[in-house]
Design a protein. Structure first.
Length: 306
């Protein structure tokens, strides 16, 4: 399995506090780095976490409220000054519109191409927006005051060949095994060999980020079976038309069969003790679901990882 690193860079909501910066999540899969949201101050959070901004290739904005995108102009300016040359990909609902508004003011020309992709917020379906060799990223519109999306990174399932089993079938490491891995079955020496005869399947991991949303079926759908759901919890208990409470986020995670829930995007009205109390209450209520409250510059371990 490729290394999969998830780091919460900011766990605050619309007004930051001394402890909680605006929203941003750093995800590294193998050699690729994705950023989910880029609130104000994200550059400094990246530095505090000991990470390198020029490694970022894909930036996914959940929606165009400043606590989720205001870090983008400064980050792009840095990438420009660092003479980055690889293309940069920016995704989001109405992304073309917002990038075209920001670009003439903030970064004008860049030594790298910026490829922008809109997330279809008028269609309620989940859609694949990025296909890579080992994972895909999909998006689904969610319920907020402006067009907004949730994102999921789903690793592809992998066949791991056991050479001892391959040898029993008369197969050696080489082109034939490669072909079997690709085609999942081959004819060899008068018999059919299936990949399941010589390999075991490692299911891909799935991580999901809700962005800002009131409870809605879309989040439950995109989070189905996720190993990790990072869900906003602007409030601890109160319901709202635009945001979720920690209680609501936990119920969504439970219904979606999520293994681990990380709550984030807390209103500044709550202190650490309020949040920890809620975390414990919910952990008792939803047995089997691991729940914890995000902190800034926190690496999240995935279920099953050591
Ligand atoms: Zn927000």
């Amino acid at each position: 399995m490729e290394p999969l690193q998830v780091i919460i860079l900011g766990s605050g909501s619309s007004i930051p506090t001394a402890e909680r910066n605006h929203a941003a999540i750093w995800i590294r899969h193998g050699g690729q780095v994705l950023l989910w949201d880029c609130g104000e101050g994200t550059q400094q959070q990246i530095r505090r976490a000991g990470l390198t901004p020029t490694k970022i290739d894909h930036i996914f904005i959940t929606h165009w409220h400043t606590d989720h995108f205001a870090g983008l102009p400064g980050l792009l300016q840095t990438l420009k000054l660092e003479q980055r040359s690889r293309p940069l990909f920016i995704y989001g609902p109405e992304a073309h519109h917002y990038v075209s508004l920001l670009q003439p003011i903030f970064w004008k020309e860049t030594p790298f191409n910026i490829e922008v992709q809109n997330i279809d917020h008028l269609n309620s379906q989940e859609s694949t927006i990025l296909q890579q060799e080992n994972f895909i990223v999909s998006a689904i519109p969610v319920k907020h005051s402006i067009p907004a999306a949730a994102y999921a990174l789903q690793e592809k399932n992998r066949w791991n060949i056991e050479l001892s089993l391959a040898h029993r079938q008369g197969l050696e490491a080489g082109p034939l095994l490669k072909k079997l891995k690709q085609k999942e079955s081959i004819h060899y020496q008068g018999k059919e060999i299936n990949i399941s005869d010589i390999a075991h399947l490692t299911p891909g991991r799935k991580i999901v980020y809700s962005g800002d949303t009131a409870p809605c079926p879309a989040v439950e759908k995109i989070a189905a079976g996720a190993h990790l759901l990072i869900h906003e919890a602007t409030f601890l208990k109160e319901s709202s038309e635009q945001h979720s409470s920690a209680e609501e986020a936990a119920l969504t995670a439970f219904k979606a069969g999520v293994q681990k829930l990380i709550l984030t995007h807390y209103s500044r009205r709550y202190d650490q003790q309020d949040i920890e109390n809620m975390e414990q209450t919910l952990a008792h209520k939803y047995d089997g679901l691991t729940i914890s409250a995000a902190r800034d510059i926190q690496e999240i371990s995935l279920p099953g990882s050591t």
